[in-house]
Design a protein around this ligand. Structure first.
Ligand code: SF4
Length: 656
């Protein structure tokens, strides 16, 4: 028995480090690394059964060619040579700008997520893609205020004494942060959860503040109003490290708590109390995550929320300030230019927004005539699923999907190419939830004829007749290129060290407080408090036909679309359900446990009705991911900044 080190590359902030026991070339056990300071020996409900996924009987192990109508999921096995020759010939016959590489974070590994594929399609002049459906919204908002989206080291949360989880269900989506929060609570920290839904995490909080969806900016402005009115602002910090405070004070006059009680659904007394507690308890940490960025006004919300820790000077103390993601910080230490080689991309190509896939497939001009998909399953994860289906059914669209399974998207493909799982290929995995880089050794040989994303890019380049050496760099070379950086935080972090140890923490100062002494990354070096591009933002209103706001939060047993084909996960997650407030259920004659129809102009779904006060009146909640097709009901509604998607600004009606 040998044990191989690896790391989870799912789209999750925790980036767990794992160990795989191998016997006779077969993986027998996969488990969390007990020595890793963040993983602490545990994985999660999804990945505890990762080997079932690796050895699942439905794995695609050979190239498959469509043998039935589009969408029928009927395929026949073909050789790699036949598939590659046909794909190359089809791609050579269309203008490059009509070919779209559509990929995201199905693997978050450094080179398997984005490396040779970007070099190949970029240098062909293929259509570009804004991969902004998540994250970029928040980054865009935070950057206006802070100049950068950086936050504190999440391990420092143990020093916090007032922790505000704002729009994040930590226990379900960021499990490995929870022990740090608990440690802080054992030392006396108070935990507040701001969320329209009483999530598992909210149930564990000292105080749950169930605000109305998308009203976060209004709540934040009222809190700032209280701080200014009552002299709770850290004026010394503000005078030294910000600009625009005077104008902000004027602007905040319009937002006393009583003025936002209706829009937020939170009483003026509670807003006053929240504001005073937050200001009085130090160190205080604001922890926002995905919830806010899925609203149309997400950029404005992040811009506005980022002012809270600044006005309180919360960045001064260890454990104080804000933490959203360590992703951009990690990438800033790496040599991404060397890895991605943007200098070889053809300039001036059109760039499409991945959130608009349905419309673009149906009506872009010039049309998309070929779609190459890897590391994403847009039929599950992108809004307006029915429109995407309509586009994928086009007879003149040539679709190639590289995946482990015949996913909901792959079922519409002309070719499905077999992809490796994380234990079958080499990579380094960055994290957006902690400060460790993790090495992923292949633990077993690729199953069947599966190949990694990088190997597929090399094969496609060869089939297309390309000969540039940078299209054929080995995986090890690619990783070494990414690590070839003189950033001081990579000191001592080498390919060899990472490979031997499995993970290494960025070489940051032991007590790192990014904005304790100002140094914001804005042009002026000061936080931007000017009352521009702040406010409640545009809160999308319900209409008469569809009065209930639909929140589609992540579910415990699925990781976006992954695990939606696995028996165990399906059994544990159960059939699709919709949670609705008792008053809303009563007015519609709905019964708990009965089948209902959830519908709007985009589509309709059958679900089991759960009547509960976990949701506010006027809000319904359905789980997202896996086999749940809730994106039948979400609109292609762009966010204010950052090119994201207003998933949570969907409105529906629920019928018996
Ligand atoms: S999905 Fe997240 S919590 Fe689960 S093993 Fe992977 S990194 Fe860890």
């Amino acid at each position: 028995m040998t044990t191989i080190r690896g790391a989870c590359a799912h789209d999750c902030p925790d980036t767990c480090s794992w160990l795989v026991d191998i016997e006779d070339g077969t993986a027998k056990r996969l488990y969390g690394d007990p020595a890793h300071p963040f993983t602490r020996g545990g994985l999660c409900a999804k990945v505890n059964h990762y080997l079932d996924r690796v050895y699942h009987p439905d794995r695609v192990l050979h190239p498959l060619k469509r043998s039935g109508p589009k969408g029928s999921g009927q395929f026949q096995r073909v050789s790699w040579d036949e598939a590659l020759a046909d794909i190359a010939s089809r791609w050579k016959s269309i203008p490059p700008e009509e070919l779209l590489l559509y990929s995201l974070a199905g693997t978050q590994g450094l080179i398997q997520m984005a490396s040779l594929d970007r070099r190949l399609f970029g240098s062909m002049g293929a259509c570009g893609l804004e991969r902004n459906i998540c994250g970029e919204v928040a980054v865009a908002g935070l950057e206006v205020t802070q100049g950068h989206s950086w936050g504190i080291d999440p391990e420092d949360i143990v020093h916090s004494r007032y922790i505000v989880l704002w729009g994040t269900n930590t226990i379900v989506t960021n499990l490995h942060l929870w022990p740090f929060i608990q440690q802080a609570r054992e030392r006396g920290a108070r935990l507040i959860v701001v969320d329209p839904v009483r999530t598992r995490t909210a149930e564990q909080a000292d105080w749950h503040i169930p605000l109305k969806p998308a009203s976060d900016g209004a709540l934040a402005l009222a809190m700032m109003h209280v701080w200014v009115r009552d002299g709770l602002v850290d004026l010394d910090y503000v005078r030294s490290h910000t600009e625009g405070y005077g104008e902000l004070v004027e602007y905040l006059r319009s937002f006393p708590p009583a003025a936002v009680a209706d829009v937020t659904g939170i009483s003026a007394d509670d807003i006053e109390l929240f504001a005073r507690e937050y200001a009085a308890t130090r160190p205080s940490l604001l922890r926002p995550l995905i919830g806010i960025e899925h609203h149309r006004n997400g950029g404005t919300l992040f811009r506005t929320l980022a002012m809270l820790p600044i006005l309180l000077g919360a960045w001064r103390e260890r454990g104080g300030g804000l933490f959203r993601s360590s992703g951009s910080l990690q990438y800033s230490t790496l040599n991404t230019r060397k890895l991605w080689m943007p200098e070889v991309y053809k300039p001036g190509v059109r760039v499409l927004n991945m959130a608009n896939l349905g419309n673009d497939l149906c009506s872009a001009e010039p049309p998309i005539r070929s779609l190459f998909v890897h590391s994403v399953n847009p039929m599950v994860t992108v809004p307006n699923r029915n429109r995407i289906r309509q586009g994928l059914l086009r007879d003149d669209l040539f679709t190639v999907v590289h995946d482990l399974f015949i996913t909901e998207t792959a079922a519409f493909a002309d070719y499905v190419l077999p992809a490796t799982s994380q234990i079958e290929h080499l990579d380094i995995v960055t994290s957006w939830g902690h400060h460790y880089l993790s090495f992923n050794h292949p633990a077993i040989a690729p199953r069947g004829e599966a190949v990694s994303n990088t190997e597929l890019a090399r094969r496609l380049a060869r089939a297309l007749g390309r000969a540039e050496p940078w299209l054929f760099d080995s995986d090890e070379d690619l990783l070494r290129q990414a690590l070839d950086s003189d950033h001081p935080w990579l000191e001592g972090i080498t390919y060899e060290n990472l490979a031997a140890r499995g993970y290494q923490k960025l070489a940051q100062p032991e007590d790192w407080r990014p904005y304790a002494n100002g140094g914001f990354h804005t042009p002026a070096g000061k936080a931007n408090l000017h009352p521009e591009r702040i406010g409640p933002g545009e809160i999308v209103a319900a209409d008469r036909d569809y009065p209930l706001q639909l929140i589609t939060g992540k579910s415990l047993h699925f990781l976006n679309s992954s695990y939606g084909n696995m028996e165990r996960h399906l059994r544990r997650s159960g059939p699709l359900f919709v949670e609705i407030h008792p008053a809303d259920a009563r007015s519609r004659n709905l019964e708990d446990g009965a089948a209902v129809k959830v519908a709007n102009a985009s589509g309709q779904l059958s679900a089991i009705c759960r009547i509960t006060d976990r949701v506010r009146q006027g809000v319904v909640s359905m789980p997202f991911g896996g086999a749940y097709a809730v994106n039948e009901l979400t609109p292609e509604m762009p966010t204010d900044w950052g090119g994201g998607s207003g998933f949570y600004d969907a409105f529906v009606e629920v019928h018996p």
